[in-house]
Design a protein around this ligand. Structure first.
Ligand code: Q0N
Length: 288
């Protein structure tokens, strides 16, 4: 248990604690999920990589939109955050046709009400990044929604603000990452507002491999699913077992753990242009 107040929420691999009325502590564990199941084996330092990357992007994007980061703790995996009223929309941006976006396009020629050119292939780069909001469905699976449905959850001016800010953030990060050999195929942002509802803040984690699809640019080839930058060893190992993808998942052997840890660290080092060792020694080194 970290030095924090009451537990106020948890995701599959992260925990949220109240510090006081204005602040929360967001703690990233080393747990890993694949095919929507959290595995019994942890990836050492994964939580630190994700917290460090998130802090890096919050710092570099603060001119585009304010964010909830107040302080990075010295453990490297915990972030003190401004407490917000969260917008009840998952703000997804897609630069490439993959996952549910590809499925919807293959079936209907559209993704979230955006009509697209005919003949696009799986994983193909889209003519423009698309804002494809989703909601947390009761099943725990996010559900793509249309602009009209999104307009029933937030006001129209708020929807346009979320769309504009989300696309700007994605475009900035995707261009930066592409120069360093990483394709950010798509990503999910969560936003919140201050209690007075005056200001918009980027919250949650942002532009990490857990909230995005990261692909190695050197292996990119449209027309098929792409290897994951971070989780491909885990997926390949799980597929080799013939596991049915229901809970509980398999334990991971040491070589799969080590290879996966190395890929997370590689993503961190390529994007931040600094050694992960330095981050462990001084987490604030990712901030300017
Ligand atoms: C909050 N969630 C979403 C983390 C993500 N700054 C904030 N203020 C108030 N509430 C939240 C945040 C943030 N971020 C975000 N839930 C509450 C999902 N959680 C699940 C647990 O891990």
């Amino acid at each position: 248990m970290p030095e924090a107040g009451t537990h106020v929420g948890s995701g599959k691999v992260r925990e949220l604690y109240a510090l006081d009325d204005e602040r929360l502590l967001l703690v990233a564990s080393d747990r890993i999920s694949t095919f929507d199941v959290v595995l019994p084996t942890e990836i050492p330092d994964k939580g630190r990589v994700l917290t460090g990357l998130s802090a890096f992007w919050f710092d570099r994007s603060q001119d585009l939109v304010e964010n909830h980061m107040l302080r990075l703790r010295s453990d490297g995996r915990s972030m003190e955050c401004r407490r917000l009223e969260m917008v009840q929309l998952e703000c997804v941006v897609r630069g490439y046709l993959s996952g549910s976006g590809w499925k919807d396009y293959a079936r209907t020629g559209e993704v979230c009400g955006h009509s697209l050119p005919k003949g696009l292939r799986e994983s193909e780069k889209l003519p423009e990044p698309l804002f494809t909001p989703s909601t947390k469905a009761a099943t725990g699976h996010d559900e793509n929604i249309t602009r009209v449905q999104a307009g029933e959850i937030v006001s129209l001016p708020m929807l346009e603000l979320l769309e504009g800010v989300s696309i700007e953030l994605y475009s900035f990060a995707a261009e930066y990452a592409a120069e360093r050999g990483i394709i950010i195929a798509d990503t999910k942002f969560e936003f919140g507002v201050d209690p007075a509802g005056e200001n918009l803040y980027l919250g949650d984690e942002a532009l990490t491999p857990d909230s995005s699809r990261f692909w190695p640019a050197d292996l990119f080839e449209p027309g098929r699913p792409q290897p994951s930058f971070d989780k491909q060893f885990v997926r390949d190992y799980c597929e080799s077992l013939g596991w049915d993808k229901t809970d509980p998942g398999p334990e991971l052997p040491d070589d799969v753990v080590a290879g996966t840890r190395a890929r997370y660290v590689e993503a961190f080092e390529r994007l931040t242009e600094q050694s992960f060792e330095r981050y462990l020694d001084d987490p604030e080194s990712v901030l300017r």
